[in-house]
Structures are given as structure tokens and as C-alpha cells.
Design a protein around this ligand. Structure first.
Ligand code: VGL
Ligand code: ZN
Length: 196
């Protein structure tokens, strides 16, 4: 059962996964309703800023002919090419000036679905005393799943912002939700609790 009205506290961080143009309708690897996460995540961004909770945004950032692309034997059409317009964050996503960007998918020899995969992010968050992560973005059954699972493995408490994520496939999305809950993630629906 999704929980509601969890308030931000010290030790929290907001992590937005791959809210990029190529993952939205009209992009190179479009996810159905991918852009529907933007207004929801904007509310979380506003609440996080208000509570002085830092905002991290990961981006998929592939070299040409990346190993995850079909032409190189991978599962995906080419997407999120470094410095291409499609690799940009969705233009309506209201990222603050002090957003911390996590770049992944740059390795030539393997894909990096998780924002924690060889990025140093866990080291950085732990060093600063963060304990609980609020995670949303794209895609629920790919990079969000990998990121949530790694967060829990690293010892963070995790709340998935379920209305702020969409899946590549419906079955994949349902399976991802099951896996996350089994691994110990909380599921939060709706908008952030308003500050009291
Ligand atoms: C993603 C497919 C390929 C994601 C990245 O961000 O979920 N999906 N590369
Ligand atoms: Zn990718």
C-alpha cells in the first residue's frame, strides 16, 4: 500500500533519475507518458528546495555507438547521445541552479543503469550523512529499478515517488514495484506533504 504524507527531514536527499528528452514522447527511446512525471517531480523539487533537501539529477550520457545500442548488439535504440538535444533534461523540469548532476552510461565496455554504478554517488551521500532517498524518474523498470535496488544495498532508506515514474512496459513496471517493495523500499503516491 502506498503511503502518503511523509515529510522531508534532515538526512534526506531527492534523486531524479534520467528525466531526459529522449525518454519522453517524441524522443529516441520514448516511454509512454514519460513526460507525465515532470509536473509531479516539480512539486517534489519545490518541497525539497523549501526543506533545504539537496536535489540530485542523474542523466544517461552515452558515447556514439554505445554498447547498449542495437547497432552494437545491445537492447536499445540509440538514445541520450552526449551533448545531443535528446540527452538534455526535460525543459519543463524545474531543476534548481544548485542541482547536483550524476552522469552515467559513459563507459565504453558496459552500460550503467543505476545512478550508483561506478559514479561515486554512494560515497558522496554517505560522507555527508544522508540516510534516506526519495527517488523518481525514468524508467521505472530500468534505471529507476536499478537505482532503488542499489540505494537499498548501500544502506539508504528509500521512498519511491510512484506517481513521478513511468515504465517502458507495464509488466516490467509491475515487476519493478514488487522487487522494490520486497527489497524494502517505501512507495509514496501523490504530491509531497505540505510543510506544517
Ligand atoms: C534507460 C534504457 C536505456 C533508463 C537508460 O534511464 O531507464 N533505459 N538507457
Ligand atoms: Zn541508456
Amino acid at each position: 500500500m502506498p503511503t502518503k504524507n511523509i515529510e522531508f527531514q534532515k538526512g534526506d536527499a531527492l534523486l531524479l533519475v534520467d528525466v531526459q528528452i529522449d525518454f519522453c514522447p517524441g524522443g529516441a527511446l520514448p516511454i509512454a507518458e514519460g513526460d507525465a512525471v515532470v509536473p509531479v517531480l516539480n512539486k517534489w523539487i519545490a518541497a525539497a528546495s523549501e526543506a533545504q533537501v539537496p536535489i540530485y539529477a542523474s542523466r544517461d550520457w552515452h558515447p556514439d555507438n554505445h554498447i547498449s545500442f542495437a547497432q552494437s548488439g545491445g537492447p536499445w535504440p540509440p538514445h541520450c547521445l552526449q551533448d545531443s538535444p535528446g540527452a538534455g533534461f526535460h525543459p519543463d523540469l524545474q531543476l534548481p541552479k544548485n542541482v547536483l548532476v550524476v552522469t552515467k552510461g559513459t563507459r565504453f565496455d558496459q552500460d550503467q543503469n543505476s545512478a550508483f554504478d561506478q559514479t561515486g554517488l554512494a560515497f558522496w551521500l554517505k560522507r555527508q550523512g544522508f540516510k534516506r532517498l526519495f527517488i523518481g524518474g525514468l524508467a521505472l523498470d530500468v534505471c529507476v529499478l536499478a537505482t532503488v535496488v542499489d540505494s537499498l544495498k548501500e544502506g539508504f532508506a528509500v521512498n519511491l515517488l510512484v506517481d513521478g515514474t513511468r515504465a517502458v512496459t507495464r509488466e516490467g513496471g509491475n515487476l519493478a514495484l514488487e522487487k522494490m517493495q520486497q527489497a524494502g523500499a517505501g512507495i509514496i503516491s501523490g504530491a509531497p506533504a505540505s510543510p506544517s
